[in-house]
Design a binder for this molecule. Sequence first.
Ligand code: SF4
Length: 729
Amino acid sequence: MGASTQDSVASSPFRVVHTVCSHDCPDSCAVLVTVNAEGRAVKVQGDPSHPVTQGFLCGKVAKYLDRVYSPQRILHPLRRKPGVAKGPLVKGREMESFEPVSWDEALDAIATRLQQVADEHGPESILPYSYAGTIGVLGYGSMDRRFFHRLGASQLDRTICAEAGGQAWKLVYGRKLGTRNEDFPHAKLIIAWGGNIHGNNIHLWPFVEQARRNGARLIVIDPYRTRTATLADWHIAIRPGTDAALALGIMHIILRDGLEDRNYIDEMTHGFAELSERVRDYTPRRVAEWTGLTSDEIERLAHEYATTKPAVLRMNYGVQRSQNGGTAVRAIAMLPALTGSWRHLGGGAQLSMSGAFRWNSEAIERPDLMLASPLKRPARVVNMSRLGHALTELGSEPEEGPHVHALFVYNSNAAAVAPNQNAVRRGLERKDLFTVVHEQFLTDTTDFADYILPATTFLEHDDIQGAYGHYFVQRSHKAIEPLGESRSNVWLFAQLARRMGFTESCFDDTPEDIIRQALNPGENGHSRNPGMEHITPELLAEQGHIALHFEGLDGDTAGQPFLPFSHGDVPTPSGKIEFHSEALKAAGADPLPHFEAPIESRLGPDAHRFPLEFLPRKADNYMNSTFANLDGHRSMEAKTNHRLEIHSTDALARGIADGDAVRIWNDRGSLQLTALVSDRVAAGVVAGRLDWGKLSPGGQNVNVLTSERLTDIGAAATFYSTLVEVAKA
Ligand code: SF4
C-alpha cells in the first residue's frame, strides 16, 4: 500500500492512504484512511496486509474520526487575555480566558519572550516538556530537539514511562528485542506479567488466542484484575511492588529442583554462580509473606513455567512503576535465560522491541547543536518525572543552574499525567513562568498556558514509525490537510528557529529530508544497521510497511525462525546475558537482583498512617490521558468514572458502602471519589483511574496522591508505590 491508491473503480472519488497510529501503544497499527473528493477522511480501518494489525483497530482508534473532527479541537492559536490569572478552568468555559491570535503574532511573541528569558536567566532556564503523545519519529523528537539543542535549553530526561524497564532489560540483554507476536501461537504457556494485553496491546491477543486454541494456558500476574486477567486461566493477584520477590522465588525453585537449562546457561550467560547463591534465600515461604501469595501457588507457578515448553513471558511497563521496578524487570527478564526458553520457537520474552529500530538519531535530533548554543556545552538535564520539583524548587542551589522561567509543553498533558500534581500545579501557576502548549484539545495543561498552539493529528502530517510491539518500519502519509490552522511539530519548531535567528540548514529540512536522514545510518560515520539496510524512503513510501531483517544477528525474519538471544554474542559488556552486572557494581549498586519493599508499601514505615496501597491505573479505552475528553470513549469507561475500587474487607472496616462518597488522601493531597466495592483489587489495595482533572469532581486527578520518588534503575516515575488512607466523606 503506497502513499495513496485510487479505489478500484477508476472513476471513484475516494483515495485510500497508508498512515500509522502514533499513539503510545506497542501495536503501532497500520491504519488505512479513506479520503473523499473534498479531502475529508471518511473511514479509518486497520490494514489487512499488516501481519500484526491484521485489519482491525482497537476501540480507541476505530472511532478516530470523532477525534480528528471533534468540535472540541483547537484550530487556531490562542493567547491568554491580559490580566487573567493561570489556574484550572471549567470545562467548556476556557475561552473566557483566551483570545485568538495569528500564527505570526504568536510565533513572534514566543520567540521574543524565549530570547528575553535566555538573555536574562540563561538558556537552561527554558525547559521543553514532551513525551509520547505521538511516537512517530518526526513528531516524537526531531525538529523540536534541534531547536532546543541550538537554543541551549535544559535537556529533558524522558523517564515517565519506560526508562526503568528499558534500562533494566538492557542490563541483562544489552538490547531491547523480544519474541515476535507472530511466534506466540507456538507457545504452550503465556505469562502476562504486569501487562494488560486485551486492554492495551490488543494486536497480540489474536496470537494468544491462537496459542490457547492449540492448548496453551494463559497466566496473568497483576495486582489488579484487568480485562486480560478476567480472561486468563489463572490470575495471580500479587501485592503491588513485590514482583522482584516473586521472580527470585521462582528462580529459587527452578534451581532447587534442577529445572534450569545448564547447556544454555553455560553457553549464553554470565554470573550464574553468583545468582545461584543469591536466590538461595528466596524460599517460597519468605516470598509468600512479601507477595501475599501462598507457597503452594509460588511452587505451582515456578514448576509450570519451567516445565512447559515453549513458555513465553509478556511483561509490560506496569511492573516497572514501583520504587524497585527496575530490579523487578531485571529479575523477571532473567527467567527465560535460566530455562533456556529463548531457544524455543514461541518461547522467550517480550517487553519492548524498540531496540530493533536504529534510526540515525544524531542526524534527526542534532545533539551537536548544543555546542553551537550560547552555552557551548551540553545543557543540564532535568528529569520529567520531577516536574513539580523542577518548577518550584530547581535552581535553589547554585550548582543546579537557573530556575525554570519558560516551559514549552508538547506531546504531553503534563498537568494531568505528571506525579505530585499539587506541586506541578503550584509551579504552573507561577506568574513569572512563561508557558507555551502545543495541543489538539483544551486540556488540564492548556489552562496554565500563555500561548496555546493548535497541533495536528497523525492523519494530518507525514512521519515514519517503528514500534515497541513488532518489527515493522512504517510510513505514515499525510492523509488530509491540517484542520484549521493546526500545524505539526516539525513545522512549528522550524518556524521558531527562523525567528530566533538560527541559520543552520537543518532548520530548512522538510519531513521528507528528515525521513531520509533517519533511514540513513551510514551518514555521519554511524555504523550501518543490518536490520534496516534494505529499507529506503522510496520503498517505504511504496509499500507502507516493511519488516526488519536480522541476518547479522539472529537469522532472518523473512525466512528462518527469529530466535533472539538463542545463540552467539549478546551486546552486553561481557558479551553474555548478565545475571551479574559489573556496570551496576561499578556504580555502587547491587550487581545482583534482590527484593526490597518500596518505602510506600504495606511493609514500609508509613503503613500505620496510610495502610492502603494505591494503584492509579490506566483506562483500557484511553491512552493515558488521551481520549478521556471524548464522550464515546468516556461512555466505554463509565463503570469506573470517578470511582475508587475498594475490597469489601477494607470498605467494611471503614463503614463504606458501594456508592458512598469517599475521601482518599496522603501527605501530598486528597481526592474525592465514589466507592466501588470490588473484588478487582485484593484487600489492602485500592485503585482509581487516571482522568483529566477538569473532568473530575474537585478538578484534580489521581496524581495529587502520587510522589516524585524515582525508581532504583532509570530514575523513572513510581506511580504504583503510593500509600493512602480512605474514609467516608
Ligand atoms: S492505540 Fe494501539 S491498538 Fe489502537 S490503533 Fe493505535 S496502535 Fe493500534
